[in-house]
Each structure stands twice: as structure tokens, then as C-alpha cells.
Design a protein around this ligand. Structure first.
Ligand code: DX5
Ligand code: ZN
Length: 211
């Protein structure tokens, strides 16, 4: 079981001061930042792109956990690799050849992740689990922070945790959306080890409580 990690999502930070959001994560003693990239097509919202990622890269040593909520993620692998991403996670529901996209991510020297929406059958991830370092189970429908956690998504977390055990794999199992102190415990109990927290982190009175 990979070591537990909390990855604050910059989507919930002040979009007029992303560098301040990065500093808040560092000051909380955390090592990852989750960067939610949205194209307004795969999800009904637009967030930020490779130029913002590139601007933040030289300011921090945080691990850039980039979540591509894009219809054509394959078209942006090079741009985010050059921007300084260390990991790119792509959705199984997007319009691309997943095997080829994962190969391109790894050819660019990055870690690769596969993601699914809460209503997707987790069996759709099975063909890719041996090719990734991370599997992401969305616990909200992607597009916006601050949404309510979808408990039914825990079934997929349990399914993937059992599959990881059966294969003897070491991929990270990440959850994302509505994760807070209470729902995070339920995710951990279901087998998740990597918790994305946007609102819960940036609106926490004591951010160090996430360590
Ligand atoms: C939603 C994003 C999530 C979101 C999490 O599409 O993928 O990372 O920012 O935000 P909270 O933790 O606020 O639900
Ligand atoms: Zn995300």
C-alpha cells in the first residue's frame, strides 16, 4: 500500500494568486499539488493551461499531479511535460487511444495515471492498470470544486483496491472531489491512499491538520 498522501487542488485556491496557493501547501508541510486542467468541453468549466503550470514550476519543488479533464488529452502531453508536470492523469471517458496516450506520457518521462468518472464501470480501467502508476476514482462529477461527495464512488475504490491486491501492483489509488476529514477516512478505509482535497484544504482553519 503506497504511503498516504494529501494533494491539495489549486482549483480551490485564489485564482488571482496561484503562487500564494502553492506557498500555503508548502507551509502545511505537504509535498503534492493537484492541478486540475479543464477544457470547457470534456467538463463544463475552463480552468488553466500549460502556461500557468510552467509559471509555477520554477517557484516550487512540489510534485505536480496534473489531472487532464480534456476531450483530447493526447494533444497536450508534450505541452504539459514541457511545462514541468511530473504526472499526467487522463480520463478513460475521453476521446483518445488510452494505450497510446499512456505510452506518450511515459515516453515524455512522466508518471502516468488513468482516471474514471463516478458513473463509469471500474472494469474499464482493467486493461491499463499494469501501465500506470496511479488510478483516479472521481468522487464527484468533474468540473467544479466544492461539490458533495458521491458515496457510491467508494464501490469503485474498493474494486480497484482489491484488483491492485490481486495483481500485487503498486499503483497509487487516488480519490478526488468532496474529500474532507470525514469522507477522506471513508476513502482510506475503501483502499485509497492519495486524497485530493481542494475546498477542504484551502478553507481549513488549520491547514497543517492535513499532514
Ligand atoms: C473537480 C476536480 C477536483 C476538485 C476537488 O473536477 O477534479 O480536484 O477540484 O475539489 P473539492 O476538494 O473542493 O471537491
Ligand atoms: Zn482533479
Amino acid at each position: 500500500m503506497p504511503t498516504p498522501i494529501v494533494a491539495p487542488s489549486l482549483l480551490a485556491a485564489d485564482h488571482g494568486d496561484f503562487a500564494g496557493g502553492i506557498r500555503a501547501i508548502e507551509e502545511a508541510g505537504l509535498g503534492w499539488v493537484h492541478l486540475d486542467i479543464m477544457d470547457g468541453h470534456f467538463v463544463p468549466n475552463i480552468s488553466f493551461g500549460p502556461q500557468v503550470v510552467a509559471a509555477l514550476r520554477p517557484r516550487t519543488k512540489l510534485h505536480f499531479d496534473v489531472h487532464l479533464m480534456l476531450t483530447h488529452p493526447d494533444r497536450f502531453v508534450t505541452a504539459f511535460a514541457q511545462a514541468g508536470a511530473e504526472r499526467l492523469t487522463v480520463h478513460v471517458e475521453a476521446d483518445h487511444d488510452m494505450t497510446r496516450t499512456l505510452a506518450a506520457i511515459k515516453a515524455a518521462g512522466l508518471q502516468a495515471g488513468v482516471a474514471m468518472n463516478p458513473d463509469t464501470d471500474p472494469r474499464r480501467l482493467l486493461p491499463y492498470l499494469d501501465a500506470v502508476d496511479l488510478a483516479l476514482c472521481m468522487t464527484v462529477f468533474p468540473g467544479f470544486g466544492g461539490q458533495a461527495f458521491i458515496p457510491a464512488a467508494l464501490e469503485s475504490v474498493r474494486f480497484l483496491a482489491e484488483e491492485r491486491q490481486r495483481r500485487g501492483s503498486g499503483f497509487r489509488l487516488e480519490v478526488d472531489g468532496g474529500v474532507n476529514a470525514e469522507t477522506g477516512l471513508r476513502c482510506r478505509a475503501a483502499g485509497a491512499d492519495t486524497l485530493v482535497a481542494g475546498t477542504a484544504f484551502f478553507q481549513a482553519p488549520d491547514r497543517r491538520s492535513f499532514v
